[in-house]
Design a protein around this ligand. Structure first.
Ligand code: SF4
Length: 450
């Protein structure tokens, strides 16, 4: 409903004239209820008693907007994010299923790299521009949000940011995981992806100097107590461009004989290089999975659920360890059936035990919700019962997360009694609900035990 019309409707029907902030909050609540219930804003307002004051009206709308949370607890209005409704972007770049770079921008120091040659071999005729430094280039070129998925490739010499501990999140149990920074950006376009509000550049940044990382890791591994878990899928998809970049051909032989668990995390089906290499137990190829209908509506340009499972099946048969991530788990009225169907498909195709399964419910900071509304105006995932958690992120309330984790873990255990199941970015009491594998150390010990 247009804001002026809403203002007039409120003045006509209720006994107050809202100020600007009040109008924004009511607009947001009515909008989100109308998206959740597939009803017009007019109908939602018509359902309300006449001549009530602002605070009663707001409370009634909050009760309707968060029905499960309202039944369990008094919702603090500080926990609500009732921001102005953003306008959807115009001319938003949509990624294609088959990634083809529009342009390659290569730092001067990476011009002789094998990575650039790999791109030249696979993408003949693509324009290549030499730049001095990626950071300088960004200072001179400002990009708008609608260009985020413009298929630019930046080939850079990574200077200092190769390896770091997983930042996890405030007040939640750390996972003890290490991140190998294998680039930033992704050819897929998931509506919930946190990279969207994290970057000021379009395209994908890829490091050309993996040998420097290997040197750094050799020194690092002498100073710490091994084993550790290390993986590349934090700011990118580990395999989405592997058919071109070929990183796996260097990473897998390097980590194969080290006392670490090395994970490549993906939604892709680019497994050819992996099948050509020797597999080993400490190399874990893991897939992020969502029920088919969510994969279709929220994970644009990524392969569908069955394609991912088929790829996992081939990789398991080749001798690698396999992991899965149900993250984000998205609550909906049909979530139980959707995720049970997904687990059934998984265990029809893969043999337990797996290296691990992680669970994490939808969460985001406030800015991401706004970006998602601008870029994916059809998506409804942020109109679930998300309230501000103690880490400042929007999350489902704890009772709902607990129900989701317990049910998911119970369904997994019906098929598989051994695979470690752990939580991502959750507090200690929720980890405890899952039983024996309540820390990253226990998972490492389990996987690496003979
Ligand atoms: S696959 Fe991962 S990195 Fe790529 S868009 Fe989706 S969430 Fe983001």
């Amino acid at each position: 409903m247009d804001t002026n019309k809403l203002l007039q409707t409120i003045k006509d029907r209720f006994s107050f004239r809202p100020n600007r902030n009040q109008l924004q909050e009511l607009d947001r609540l009515v909008f989100e209820i109308s998206r959740r219930e597939k009803l017009s804003p007019e109908k939602i307002i018509a359902d309300l008693p006449e001549n009530i004051r602002f605070s009663r009206l707001k409370n009634l709308l909050i009760g309707r907007r968060f029905p499960l949370a309202t039944k369990q607890e008094k919702i603090s209005t500080h926990g609500l994010f009732l921001n102005e409704l953003p306008k959807p972007l115009v001319d938003n770049w949509q990624p294609k299923r088959e990634f083809k770079p529009l342009k390659i921008l290569v730092e001067k120091e990476a011009k002789q790299s094998q990575l650039l040659k790999n791109f030249q071999n696979h993408c003949s005729g693509v324009e290549i521009e030499e730049i001095k430094l990626y950071s300088d280039y960004l200072k001179k070129h400002k990009f708008a949000l609608n260009e985020l998925k413009k298929p630019y490739i930046f080939i850079v010499k990574e200077r200092w940011d190769f390896l770091k501990p997983c930042p996890c999140t405030k007040y939640h149990l750390g996972c003890g995981y290490w991140i190998l920074n294998l680039g930033f950006g992704c050819p897929y376009d998931c509506s919930y992806c946190f990279l969207q509000h994290y970057t000021n550049s379009p395209g994908i940044v890829l490091p050309a100097n993996l040998e420097d990382f290997f040197e750094q890791f050799d020194k690092f591994s002498q100073k710490i107590k091994l084993p550790i878990r290390i993986g590349t899928g934090e700011f990118c998809d580990s395999l989405a461009l592997d058919q071109i970049a070929g990183y796996s051909k260097m990473l897998i032989p390097y980590f194969q004989n080290k006392n670490v668990l090395f994970e490549l995390k993906t939604k892709s089906t680019n497994i050819k290089n992996l099948l050509d290499l020797r597999a080993s137990k400490n190399i874990i190829i893991s897939w992020s999975l969502s029920p088919e209908k969510l994969a279709g509506s929220e994970e644009l340009a990524a392969p569908g659920l069955n394609q991912r499972l088929q790829a996992a099946q081939k990789i398991q048969a080749a001798g690698y360890s396999i992991g899965f991530h149900f993250d984000p788990i998205i609550y909906s009225p049909t979530w139980e059936n959707d995720y049970q169907d997904l687990l059934k498909s998984l265990y029809q195709q893969l043999k337990p035990p797996l290296a691990w399964i992680s669970l994490g419910t939808l969460r985001s900071n406030r800015r991401l919700k706004t970006v998602c509304e601008q870029r994916f105006p059809e998506s409804n995932i942020f109109y679930g019962e998300l309230l501000t958690g103690e880490d400042g992120k929007l999350r489902y309330p704890e009772f709902l997360r607990q129900e989701i984790y317990q049910k998911m873990a119970g369904w997994i255990r019906q098929y598989d009694s051994k695979t470690p199941v752990y939580l991502c970015m959750e507090n200690k009491s929720l980890w405890k609900t899952l039983g024996e594998f309540d820390s990253s150390k226990k998972i490492e010990k389990y996987i690496l035990s003979p």
